[in-house]
Design a protein around this ligand. Structure first.
Ligand SMILES: NC(=O)c1ccc[n+]([C@@H]2O[C@H](COP(=O)([O-])OP(=O)(O)OC[C@H]3O[C@@H](n4cnc5c(N)ncnc54)[C@H](OP(=O)(O)O)[C@@H]3O)[C@@H](O)[C@H]2O)c1
Length: 280
């Protein structure tokens, strides 16, 4: 389609899931794509896949918890493709567990990637985006609006991303740079197989309901459209839109719903009797 023909797009967390799908879709839209993450071998394969589509790609090892890695990624991008037109701060993972059992270090680790990683990505690329009157994209989550038991580190880190997006939207506006917040619900990816240290573990069970989970390519196409239209926010998935709206307009019903949901640590809801307590 060529909606991003010859534009330079840098994506963090492109070695799997949403970031990987976005890299392929932006290539199909004519962009020069810079794929970054920690697992370099996966990125190299992805770059080869993009080149086989006839597009330019660059694979750069970059941990978003490192200022130096991001500075280096931007320098290499500039040397290869010039200034960045679109930055997608997508890298993220989820720390799960009940707050009383987690440590402050668990929360810090979560924020280092999901929140400070987004801020670092913004600070490393904003000068380029001002030059190109480009687009800055943050991948948050519906979890930033609604926190389920067992997910406080993740939900808090994403709530902070929502606030950051709101603030920088106005800071960027005078410079012609758009800010788009992407808030996904369940999307097919590896995120639920990554442990609390941020390491992929293929033996872990994906806890998301299959019927609620949106295929990655469908989500990616919706995200590309939102970025193209410079939308302020796009909530990806029907259940995500429903939950976000419910929490805003009907907080008591939302609270009841949360009390009935199983938590991420495998326990039943936090309020009301569990099936086990009926039997005891
Ligand atoms: N899938 C969902 O249901 C869902 C829902 C709401 C929001 N999201 C958000 O969508 C984004 C993408 O996640 P996904 O679902 O596609 O999960 P995923 O398949 O696990 O992909 C996460 C990506 O982030 C990268 N990453 C993790 N830590 C990193 C770090 N310190 N530095 C650089 N890259 C890092 C991973 O690559 P390496 O391990 O190679 O570094 C991987 O490429 C995340 O921000 C996530 O919170 C996802």
């Amino acid at each position: 389609m060529g909606r991003f023909k010859d534009k330079t797009v840098l994506i963090t967390g492109a070695s799997s899931g949403i970031g990987r799908a976005l890299a392929l879709d932006f290539a199909k839209e004519g962009a020069k794509v810079v794929v970054t993450a920690r697992r370099k071998e996966r990125l190299t394969q992805l770059a080869e896949e993009i080149e086989s589509l006839g597009q330019s790609a660059l694979a750069i090892s970059c941990d978003v918890t490192s200022d130096e890695d991001l500075a280096q990624a931007v320098k290499q991008t500039n040397d290869a493709f010039g200034a960045i037109d679109v930055t997608i701060a997508n890298a993220g993972f989820g720390v799960v567990g009940h707050a009383e059992q987690l440590t402050i270090d668990d929360y810090k680790r979560q924020f280092e990637t999901n929140t400070y990683g987004v801020i670092r990505t913004y600070q490393a690329t904003i000068q380029d985006l001002k030059q190109t009157r480009g687009r800055f994209v943050l991948v948050g989550s519906v979890a930033g609006y609604v926190c389920f038991p067992g997910t406080t580190p993740y939900a808090m880190s994403k709530a902070a991303v929502i606030s950051f997006a709101q603030g920088i939207y106005h800071e960027c506006r005078p410079h012609g740079v758009s800010v788009t917040l992407i808030s996904p619900g369940f999307v097919d990816s590896e995120i639920r197989k990554v442990d609390n240290d941020g390491t992929y573990d293929e033996t872990r069970k994906d806890t998301a309901s299959a019927w609620l989970t949106m295929p990655t390519d469908v989500a990616s196409r919706k995200i590309v459209r939102a970025i193209y239209k410079r939308k302020r926010e796009a909530i990806i998935t029907g259940h995500g839109k429903f939950l976000q709206s419910l929490s805003r307009h009907f907080p008591r019903i939302t609270n009841w719903l949360i009390s009935k949901a199983p938590d991420q640590t495998g326990h039943e809801g936090t309020e009301g009797p569990s099936p086990h307590s009926h039997n005891s």
